[in-house]
Ligand binder design. Structure first.
Ligand code: PLP
Length: 374
């Protein structure tokens, strides 16, 4: 029986698809230390440097006014919850000026739970073709039907809505704001227009934008002033916030529904209290003073040809992509090859992500090296 798995692995290796977890000895906000090498980390979602920052971790622990434990021991619906969980939910709801918020253990849990439960029998989800795997997995688990429209193609979405909307009860449009592997931004104004015209629920995943875009760091919906028009916003704490977990924020009916129906929330042990307290502390105490740095980072991204802090360099073939990463590695840059199924076949790439620590010169050097090698 193991032969089948082994054949599969050999096949992955043959096509430069095989993945293994790279080990490093240490890392900080900017560098990865691996095999006696100090490499600039261009592969991180630690956009504001809050993760792996020993001084920040220590400052939090010093100011932490309660001995939060490192385990919650159960799901929240099973044994209740410490005040800090509700405090974080209230903080999120207030920041977005929405009625209610719900914490999830990760963005993956959030998207799987939301998309599988909100679309029931007779309902439909319209999803951008490049939406994250967690949205796709949520749709697959849903009892509703789903359609994937070509990436950011609003004409195609409208055609689909014209043809299909009338055949279903509830309809959901699901999109990321900043696309995780392409760094481009959804046409949010048009999405709002279409969701209003065709009476849909708009779910926006701001995983890579929360903590980066907007005066308060709430995401692209804040930048565009359309938070109130989006029915449900999802954000993660594992990226710019440097912690772990995620939230969904919207009106009370939807949040109550998710609390009762989202299985990834109901049937999983909650994150540890210490983690929830850290997330709350970062959002309250650290995020507000990052505006200038965030704007500078986005400017560097723009100068590098991206709409955001994520800069894709599309190579095409797997092997070539792996080889270019290796050359970057030899020259002091850490980035891992992004291959299918994370991205569509034939579009393997480097996904260079900026942090507020990375300078314009450093990213430009990495880009020219990658391009000249290509
Ligand atoms: C758009 C998007 N949504 C959700 C997730 C999952 O978030 P998490 O890492 O918190 O599970 C990711 C992770 O990369 C993502 O890119």
């Amino acid at each position: 029986m193991l032969d089948n798995f082994n054949n599969h692995i050999e096949n992955l290796k043959k096509h430069s698809h095989f993945r293994n977890i790279k080990n490093f000895s240490d890392k900080d906000e900017k560098y990865i230390f691996s095999a006696n090498k100090k490499l600039i980390n261009l592969s991180s979602n630690n956009y504001l440097g809050f993760a792996d920052n020993k001084a920040i971790t220590q400052e939090f622990l010093n100011t932490c006014d309660y001995d939060y434990s490192f385990g919650s021991a159960s799901a929240r619906l099973l044994t209740g919850t410490l005040p800090v969980y509700n405090e974080l939910e209230t903080l999120i709801a207030n920041l977005f000026n929405k009625e209610s918020a719900l914490l999830f253990n990760s963005g993956y849990h959030a998207n799987v739970g939301i998309n599988s439960s909100l679309a029931g029998k007779g309902d439909v989800i319209f999803s951008d073709k490049l939406n994250h795997a967690s949205i796709i997995d949520g749709m697959r688990l849903s009892e509703g039907k789903f359609f994937r429209y070509p990436h950011n193609n609003m004409d195609a979405l409208e055609k689909l809505l014209m043809r299909e909307r009338k055949n279903f009860n509830n309809a959901i449009i699901a999109s990321e704001s900043v696309f995780s592997m392409d760094g481009d931004i959804a046409d949010l104004k048009k999405l709002v227009e279409l969701k209003e015209k065709y009476n849909c629920i708009l779910i926006l995943d701001e995983a890579h934008a929360f903590g980066v875009f907007g005066q308060k760091g709430l995401g692209v919906s804040e930048t565009l002033g359309i938070i109130e028009k989006v029915d449900l916003i999802v954000g993660t704490f594992g990226k710019a916030i440097g912690s772990m977990g995620a939230f969904a924020v919207g009106n009370k009916v939807i949040i109550d529904y998710l609390t009762n129906k989202a299985r990834s929330f109901i049937f999983s042990t909650a994150l540890p209290p210490i983690n929830i307290a850290f997330t709350k502390w970062i959002i309250e105490k650290k995020l507000p003073s990052t505006y200038e740095k965030r704007m500078q980072m986005l400017k560097i991204g723009k100068n590098a040809g991206s709409d955001s802090h994520i800069i894709p360099i599309i190579i095409g073939e797997n092997k070539e992509t792996v080889d270019i990463c290796e050359i970057l590695y030899q020259n002091g840059f850490f980035t891992l090859p992004i291959r299918p199924p994370t991205v569509p076949e034939g579009t393997s790439r480097l996904r260079l992500s900026l942090t507020t620590e990375i300078t314009e010169q450093e990213i430009q050097n990495a880009i020219s090296l990658a391009k000249q090698t290509k």
